[in-house]
Design a protein around this ligand. Structure first.
Ligand code: ATP
Length: 243
């Protein structure tokens, strides 16, 4: 569905991605694991159109898209849930979720049938994360880190993504919350969602992924099936010992 070929991206003068090749099939979950500064956020930002690669191609369903700006990429159905979650602190949970539907709408004047549909979808989202329903009138800025992450994922889903890009959803969260969120991501994958997940928490990511890449200093160092990577001593030593 999405293929990256020899992608080079600069962040100001830093050569952050140095020839990345990556591929994801429809309905699969691909994990990209790597340490701080490996280039994970740059990779997602490049796919999402936030950073223009200096070299290389990105094909989305066989169409080259590496030159397109972020708003067009988002309209094509590639949606990024950013690392810092991008909350509007003064909106309630409910308002934030509703806002998530806007990128897929043609106008800010929403027809009645679409409004009904959005409300129905909100109920489905609350089934995915019941905690958000309990807190639906609470301001997003007052949620815990885990709840904010749940909200960020739900907001991303409301845009009807064809590919969901998740930047370190486990960041700063307690292990039990990470487990809950990753269980839901697994459930989304089972329902045919296509997901690219970048993570420092290699263990959690490899447990739910169909395929994984290891990014080091802007290059893919290793790739393979998660069960193989979990057994690989290079991965165990570098990424699994602290989790
Ligand atoms: P982290 O997990 O810490 O967010 P990451 O794997 O997502 O790390 P990136 O944020 O993509 O890594 O950073 C890749 C490289 O680009 C790093 O060397 C980083 O210092 C550099 N970089 C990131 N943002 C900028 C910026 N705004 N200006 C210059 N260099 C940057």
């Amino acid at each position: 569905m999405l293929t990256l070929k020899d992608i080079h991206t600069y962040r100001s003068t830093i050569h952050a991605l140095k020839g990345v090749d990556l591929q994801i099939d429809k309905g699969s979950l691909v994990a990209v694991i790597g340490a701080n500064g490996a280039g994970k956020s740059t990779l997602l930002g490049t796919i999402a159109g936030q950073y223009s690669p200096k070299q290389g191609t990105i094909f989305f369903e066989n169409k080259a898209m590496e030159k397109l700006p972020a708003e067009i990429v988002s309209r094509m159905g590639i949606n990024l849930v950013p690392e810092r979650r991008g909350m509007f602190a003064e909106l309630t949970v409910e308002e934030s979720i509703r806002l998530g539907a806007y990128p897929r709408l043609d106008s800010l004047l929403i027809p009645a049938n679409e409004k009904r549909r959005i409300e129905e979808e909100m109920e489905q989202m609350y089934q995915l994360f019941p905690r958000l329903k309990e807190r639906r009138r609470q301001l997003a800025g007052t949620l815990s880190g885990g709840e904010q992450q749940m909200l960020a994922i739900v907001r991303g889903l409301m845009a009807h993504p064809r590919v969901l890009l998740l930047d370190e959803p486990s960041l700063g969260l307690a292990p039990l919350i990470v487990e809950e969120i990753f269980d839901r991501l697994y459930q989304l994958k089972q329902s045919d969602m296509t997901i690219i997940l970048v993570e420092q928490n290699a263990k959690a990511a490899l447990q739910i992924a169909d395929y994984a890449y290891v990014l080091e200093n802007g290059r893919i160092k290793l790739e393979g099936l998660p069960q193989h990577l979990l057994q690989d001593s290079r991965i165990r030593d570098a990424y699994l010992s602290s989790h």
